[in-house]
Design a protein around this ligand. Structure first.
Ligand SMILES: [Zn+2]
Length: 341
């Protein structure tokens, strides 16, 4: 992928292209912005351009040995570090330092992509800081972070910061269409709405199954239930499917977003329509506004927060989902009143 093919980040692309074309590279760049908007993709495009053996500026030729090695994931002068579990560990930074002490093997410059540096604890961050303070020659570090508030502000000051922006619904949908060839326009717009401006989040997910499950969850939440037994069966059925889904975390994020969007829609001045995505999502939001009052929406968001915290503590997925959906589908006092007359 070339830098110029990155969609929706003209400012970042411009800054990186100027640095590449002018041959005036800093030792380290920090690509900063929301999750899933193209930071790592841009970093890989920069690496591809630098590891190409043809001198053609900011775009790789795609055919030389350097390009072919990079494309196959085997370039010896490209190092890629991601969080091991939830964090980048001190040992990973120590290993990196050792590797960078040697000159590059084949290219003029070694490129290291260090993703999600905001996950580092203090010890690892301090170790990285030392590396940034005394950068070994012939090395370029590309760091990415999701957080505006860094653990160590000094890391920001040692890097040239390249800002990435959140993406609009249209731009997200265009990116999703490129990412998932099987998706149609309507599906792309829906998925874009669900992904909340972070198409990259959907990368490793079975998007068709995810879309279907998300649709079923909303239907289950908004449906009228024949009685308590019906409600419990629906809740436990959804919980079982969600607990098994590899995109569980994303699903909970999306569900949280749904309740938040409903709250925003409910507090916006009435009659004012705002672009919340495709027509059927707008309809769902308006039904959701009738179903829950502000307090109930806020309670549901809190319920999801509790579930996410429990999952982060490695609690049993099935149990967490059972409790979550039983609570989310619980009868509201308003419904109780309607039922009992
Ligand atoms: Zn090349």
């Amino acid at each position: 992928m070339r830098l110029t093919e990155l969609i929706g980040q003209p400012k970042a692309v411009n800054l990186l292209q100027r640095a590449l074309a002018g041959g005036r590279l800093a030792h380290a760049y920090l690509l900063a912005g929301p999750d899933g908007v193209g930071k790592a993709t841009a970093a890989r495009a920069v690496a591809a351009a630098l590891l190409c053996r043809e001198e053609i500026g900011s775009a790789p030729c795609g055919a030389c040995p350097g390009c072919l090695q990079f494309a196959s994931g085997n370039h010896p002068d490209f190092l890629h570090i991601r969080p091991d579990g939830a964090v980048i560990k001190i040992d990973q930074v120590r290993e990196l330092k050792k590797a960078l002490a040697f000159p590059p093997l084949e290219a003029r410059l070694r490129v290291t992509l260090l993703e999600e540096v905001h996950t580092m604890r203090r010890e690892a961050a301090n170790s990285l800081l030392k590396l940034l303070e005394e950068p070994p020659p012939d090395n370029l570090l590309l760091l990415t972070t999701d957080e505006a508030e860094p653990l160590l502000p000094t890391i920001f000051s040692r890097c040239q910061v390249i800002p990435f922006s959140p993406l609009s619904l249209e731009v997200s949908a265009a990116i999703l269409l490129k990412m998932h060839p099987g998706l149609d326009q309507e599906g792309a717009r829906t998925l874009a709405g669900l992904a909340g401006g972070s198409p990259g989040r959907t990368r490793d997910l079975d998007h068709a199954a995810l879309l279907q499950l998300h649709r079923d969850i909303l239907t289950g939440l908004l449906a009228g239930h024949a009685g308590e037994a019906d409600r419990v069966v629906t809740a436990l059925g959804l919980a079982a499917r969600v607990a098994k889904n590899e995109g569980l975390e994303t699903l909970l994020d999306l569900l949280r977003l749904f309740f938040k969007d409903t709250m925003i829609a409910a507090t916006c001045s009435r009659g004012q329509s705002h672009d919340r995505g495709p027509h059927h999502l707008v309809q769902i939001l308006s039904r959701a506004r009738e179903r829950w009052n502000l307090q109930e929406l806020s309670d549901s968001i809190q319920t999801i927060d509790f579930a996410q915290q429990a999952l982060a503590r490695n609690c049993n997925r099935q149990m967490v989902c059972d409790v979550l959906f039983l609570r989310l589908l619980a009868e509201t006092p308003q419904q109780q009143a309607t039922r009992t007359g």
